[in-house]
Write a protein that binds this ligand. Structure first.
Ligand code: NDP
Length: 259
């Protein structure tokens, strides 16, 4: 019997990309999945696919920045499935812009989705997880949450913030049975790059991964909890090097991105 069979997962940003792939991977492990995002038609399409693959699924349309919508989703899940084991805080947006071109309102909007949304969803599920004395929360940061790159200042700030939030929470929750893990995807082929707010053509160079690779890494961590997940393992080297020798990494990045 797979470890995740019968567990209940809430995945935010499940209408596309990494969230959709993660929901499908959990369902393949016989976990029951609740899909949360704003586009209900897209969620229904993902849900149909999961049902055709034999999975159990529920659609919860809403905005992660709306505490009422998130709370309602959690209440629906508990009413139907009586428990909540996994939360994937994945809903997020990107921004590529020179720092001076980012307005305060744009920064606030990004922080609302990428950071406050995580806070709202985490606070909505924690009471149940603490009551169950078991649970696992995944916060989807980015390799840009370990190492900033040019024109990603606002986005990186939100993803670095998730690292701080998660590290604190992980220690606060020690001994409660609730795990909290950070996930650091590299460039992943999803709609993210088309829908992000773009005021400059983003610089890009380096490896690419699929949403399915990220999803499979999350599922592995759900089976065997760890503090951090690097779906593309060499990215960890960048994170370590950046902490030890930031000036050197600035220099390397400048050379790499100029190519
Ligand atoms: P997608 O654009 O494919 O998916 C983003 C998801 O977030 C969509 O389902 C979208 O659904 C949802 N979403 C956005 N805003 C809200 C909101 N306010 N409320 C509810 N849901 C929302 O991108 P990815 O799958 O690539 O991104 C997923 C996560 O991975 C993000 O946090 C991103 O920062 C991170 N990441 C992505 C990388 C990449 O290269 N793609 C690299 C590193 C990290 P809807 O519009 O229906 O609400």
């Amino acid at each position: 019997m797979p470890d995740l069979a019968g567990k209940v997962a809430l995945v935010t940003g499940a209408s596309s990309g990494i969230g959709e792939a993660t929901a499908r991977e959990f369902a393949k492990e016989w976990a029951r999945v609740a899909l949360f995002a704003r586009r209900e038609d897209r969620l229904e399409a993902v849900a149909d696919r999961i049902r055709r693959e034999g999975g159990q699924v529920m659609v919860c349309a809403g905005d992660v920045t709306d505490p009422g919508a998130v709370q309602a989703a959690v209440q629906n899940i508990l009413a139907q499935w009586k428990r909540l084991d996994l939360l994937v805080n994945n809903a997020g947006q990107g921004m590529a812009a020179p720092f001076e071109a980012v307005t305060a309102q744009e920064l606030r909007d990004l922080v609302e989705v990428n950071l406050v949304g995580v806070l709202i969803a985490t606070q909505a599920v924690l009471p149940m997880m603490l009551q169950q004395a078991s649970g696992h929360i995944f916060n989807i940061s980015s390799v840009a949450g370990r190492r900033g790159i040019p024109f990603r200042s606002a986005y990186s700030a939100t993803k670095f913030a998730l690292v701080g939030l998660t590290e604190c929470l992980r220690q606060e929750l020690q001994g409660t049975g609730v795990h909290v893990s950070l996930v650091y995807p590299i460039y992943t082929e999803t709609e993210f790059h088309d829908v992000q707010l773009k005021k400059v053509e983003p610089l890009r160079h380096g490896p690419v991964q699929s949403a399915e690779q990220v999803a499979k890494a999350i599922v592995r961590c759900a089976r065997r909890p760890r503090p951090e997940v690097y779906p593309y393992p060499p990215a960890r080297i960048l994170a370590v090097l950046s902490a030890l020798a930031p000036g050197l990494v600035d220099w390397m990045m400048a050379r790499l991105l100029r190519r």
